[in-house]
Design a protein around this ligand. Sequence first.
Ligand SMILES: Nc1ncnc2c1ncn2[C@@H]1O[C@H](COP(=O)(O)OP(=O)(O)OP(=O)(O)O)[C@@H](O)[C@H]1O
Ligand SMILES: [Mg+2]
Length: 244
Amino acid sequence: MKDDDSTPIPGGEMLRVEGLGSGYGSTQVLFDVSLGVPEGGLCCVMGRNGVGKTTLMSTIMGLIRARGGQVVLAGEDITRTEPYERVRAGIAYVPQGRDCFPQLTVMENLRVVAEACPHPEGGAIDEALELFPRVKELLSRPAGFLSGGQMQQLAIARALVARPRLLLLDEPTEGIQPSIILEIEEAIAQLKQSAGLSIVLVEQYVEFAMRLADTYVVMDGGRVVEAGDAGALEDGSLQEMLAV
Ligand SMILES: Nc1ncnc2c1ncn2[C@@H]1O[C@H](COP(=O)(O)OP(=O)(O)OP(=O)(O)O)[C@@H](O)[C@H]1O
Ligand SMILES: [Mg+2]
């Protein structure tokens, strides 16, 4: 989350991805992908299954090496840095499938991050739990016993314990019941508004995404095929673009 005394970010952008390429082995998956996330803004990455959304998130996080182009965080080129350095620089990643340590309790899952990313002011776990009261009631339960929705909330809370300035969220509504989707939406909205967090949200649930997004990109075949301001979109136009 943003420091009050932070220095201004060039161009006001928390993240700039420019001309990014990446892939697996001999297979190139991303081609010339560019997008920007303003400080305190949310960019939604949309697109059908298999178009490269998760590959993009993994490349921003440094889990997959970029084959070309740049990843710039708050004006600093981090394209060649290791994932742990990106965590230290302020990126937190909630992967698709909301992986938690299933044998550890909910509290232990949160403590793992608190101990790996200590902050002098403390209180990060309490702050993260405030956003997710449902998780707060389950602290002594092994994470493996949580429902999908509870686990997704834990996964987001756990990422927040690192006090990031950029949050990468990969399909947080996938397979989750509507009441918890609403709670997640409220939490994300609050993170933007009160904490000034910058967010990249991968999402196929268009209505959810558009209620939260400032900007959007649509991917197809590993490329960005549409991009713009979410506010300027006409109702139903994204659904049309994403239709099979
Ligand atoms: N670990 C991997 N090794 C090789 N190829 C992979 C790997 N992960 C993904 N791919 C391939 O890369 C392409 C993009 O996959 P990716 O998971 O990035 O898509 P996605 O847009 O996130 O899809 P979904 O909506 O289903 O999550 C696909 O063709 C996929 O088969
Ligand atoms: Mg994916």
